[in-house]
Design a protein around this ligand. Structure first.
Ligand SMILES: NC(=O)C1=CN([C@@H]2O[C@H](COP(=O)(O)OP(=O)(O)OC[C@H]3O[C@@H](n4cnc5c(N)ncnc54)[C@H](OP(=O)(O)O)[C@@H]3O)[C@@H](O)[C@H]2O)C=CC1
Ligand SMILES: O=C(O)[C@@H]1CCC=N1
Length: 271
């Protein structure tokens, strides 16, 4: 099996590196294509991959074409791929919003997987939701799941709408966590801690809370109750958040990302 990754940015390279460790692949069966001179220079020095700047030289060879360019480059890539592909090739797209229908119409391929990963994939702690067109067989789906799992966990969803929805939760979600961290670090600095100590206070608090949360089935609300003493400091903070509607604003933000993913799917992408 040969895989072509188009777009060697944050996510494309992460997946290329993850998949190259898969037992399903023989050595050097990952081809990577990018348009940036700088990226190509780095890729040529990487012994794990074969690097390309021309689709004609690699697209016909691939069993799986993994597309990781920005959504506004999607159409240009699809139109260049169209005359080069052959039936039976599988496209996996991780581009936010770009629909399976667009991919099918513009590439002419019918075995399509739309996936939504997130940035912690870079350290093997990612979450990828994915959905497949009906032409993808059960065995192919198992192969794809195993490839996606090289960067963390995956969740197969029943409907494409859940890919846009999961973009609002897990795809964009790491940025919401960083937003919260940033605010807590700014508060720590304002209280007089050094940047170094502020970082440790915040990072270890997040790590500890997540590890506790993952230990059992308790809800976040139940964990909040364990931290908050009646009339104490945590209650003061949680009341302040409630009074300022922080919870509702976070939900609104997640829906803004979901809606933006749907919108991206309707926008005409640039050629
Ligand atoms: N970053 C994230 O957390 C997540 C991103 N995604 C999705 O992943 C996709 C990639 O995002 P990300 O990795 O952050 O983006 P990057 O900009 O880091 O990577 C995209 C790469 O593709 C290159 N490129 C542009 N046009 C072409 C082309 N025609 N052929 C080949 N390569 C091309 C870019 O080169 P150049 O820089 O020169 O333009 C760049 O190296 C996006 O569609 C995004 O929606 C999904 C989930 C999470
Ligand atoms: O911001 C974006 O559009 C991409 C998709 C999810 C995370 N990053």
């Amino acid at each position: 099996m040969k895989i072509l990754v188009i777009g060697a940015g944050n996510m494309g390279l992460t997946y290329a590196e993850g998949m190259s460790k898969s037992k399903l692949l023989k050595k050097r069966n990952i081809m990577v294509l990018d348009t940036s001179e700088e990226k190509l220079e780095e890729l040529h020095e990487n012994p794990q991959f074969d690097a390309f700047d021309d689709l004609k030289k690699c697209a016909p060879e691939a069993d799986i074409i993994f597309i990781a360019v920005k959504p506004y480059h999607a159409e240009s890539v699809f139109l260049k791929l169209n005359p080069l592909v052959k039936p039976g090739q599988i496209v996996i797209s991780i581009m936010a919003g770009v629909t399976m229908e667009t991919i099918k119409n513009l590439t002419g391929l019918t075995k399509i997987v739309r996936a939504m990963p997130n940035l912690p994939a870079q350290i093997g702690k990612g979450l990828t939701s994915f959905v497949a067109s009906k032409d993808v067989t059960r065995i192919e789906l198992l192969t794809i799941e195993s490839l996606l799992d090289t960067t963390g966990k995956s969740v197969l969803v029943s409907d494409e709408n859940f890919i846009d929805a999961s973009t609002g939760i897990s795809g964009s979600g790491p940025a919401y966590v960083f937003y919260f961290m940033q605010s807590m670090m700014e508060a720590a600095l304002k209280m007089g801690f050094t940047p170094k100590v502020s970082k440790v206070l915040v990072a270890q608090t997040f790590t500890g809370a997540i590890e506790l949360f993952n230990q059992n089935e308790l809800s976040p609300n139940s964990w909040m109750d364990k931290v908050a003493s009646k009339g104490g400091t945590t209650r003061a903070a949680l009341d302040s958040m409630e009074n300022n509607n922080v919870g509702e604003l976070i939900k609104e933000a997640a829906f803004a990302a979901f809606e933006r993913a749907v919108e991206l799917g309707k926008e005409k992408v640039h050629v």
